[in-house]
Design a protein around this ligand. Sequence first.
Ligand code: GLU
Length: 411
Amino acid sequence: MNLFEMAKIPLNKAIEVMKLDPSAADIIATPERTLEVSIPVRMDDGTTKVFTGYRSQHSTIMGPAKGGVRYHPGVNMDEVKTLAFWMTCKCAVAGLPYGGGKGGIVCRPREMSKGELERLTRTYIDKISAIISPNTDIPAPDVGTNAQTMDWMVDEYSKLKGESVYGIVTGKSIEIGGSKGRNEATGRGVCFVTLEMMKKYNMKPEDCKIVIQGMGNVGSISAKLLAEEGAKIIAVSDVSCAIYNENGLDIAGIYKYLDSGKNLLDGYTGDCKRITNAELLELPCDILIPAALENQITAENADRIKAKIVIEAANGPTSVEADEILNKKGVKVLPDILSNSGGVIVSYFEWVQNLQNFYWEEDDVNAKLKRQIVGAFNDVFDASEKYDCTFRVAAYIVALNRLVTAKKLRG
Ligand code: GLU
């Protein structure tokens, strides 16, 4: 079974639990449109290399397609379609007037120069410009892309149109139409929903031991904010290795160290023990936050996971089999389409600011993010009680209800 078919398993479960006609899922069973493009790029050594890129618009039932663009060697059409499907469900759970989309380019961004990345990005935008616009499909950052990537995209698209089109992408630098708080938004959202989970289960931040896999944008900001709330972050990892201190790591120090562009393995000298990424996932802790890539908790290691709560900060970190094993063990899993929706929520705020040419203060952005994501959390929590199901199935119930209603109204 491919990733996209696997991803629909909880959706089908939701249909069963809600006692909907199984054809209800047909409206989002396949993407509305997926484009594959080839992207020739002049490399610094004078040669031309041709990269493959994709943009998938999974659904526009709730509004324009919305979702990031991933630069990673593992990108493929099945993955892009799956990530676009998750965006449709994520935007619906968050209550945003958006459908879902996703893009990707098969490349190794860490091994490319800034010039090569800029040329790659500009040509990708040229190639997909026919199907994107602020009213049809709005890209954003994802794994391997950042505000700089978005800035090149807005510039290239604006050149093509002969006018400044800030609303074409979100996650831009603040100086050229980005929103205050967008860079931190996914991590901040993860922190908000983690605190809500603690409240529901009578846990206090200062009594919680937290393990975080991945110290990219999402993982590092979640770690920083949760540490500021008093939680003990006992282990973190990046692409190079994992580090552990059962009494709590110096997160502010690690954050500063990683910000200088170095890997943990390069020479982080804080008080910690080095462990493998696999060992990190299996550490005894209260909360595990996978914030890296898909398929990290699988049938192979799920049985050894010791966390009481898993907050999915990455997209799709738990395989379908692993999800079942964790449920049987009584581990509470807060699904990706809720936990990491802070990013797209503030993307929505950025887009609204761009369309109005009126910019908000960071406090305002953060307060609105909190209201939106805590609202979505409560909707999912209530659905899980009403239908006596997992949070994942509950999240799909909330999404599906909104999608089915919108489709009915549209006719
Ligand atoms: N790439 C992020 C996600 O997976 C953000 C998408 C967006 O802001 O449009 O949710």
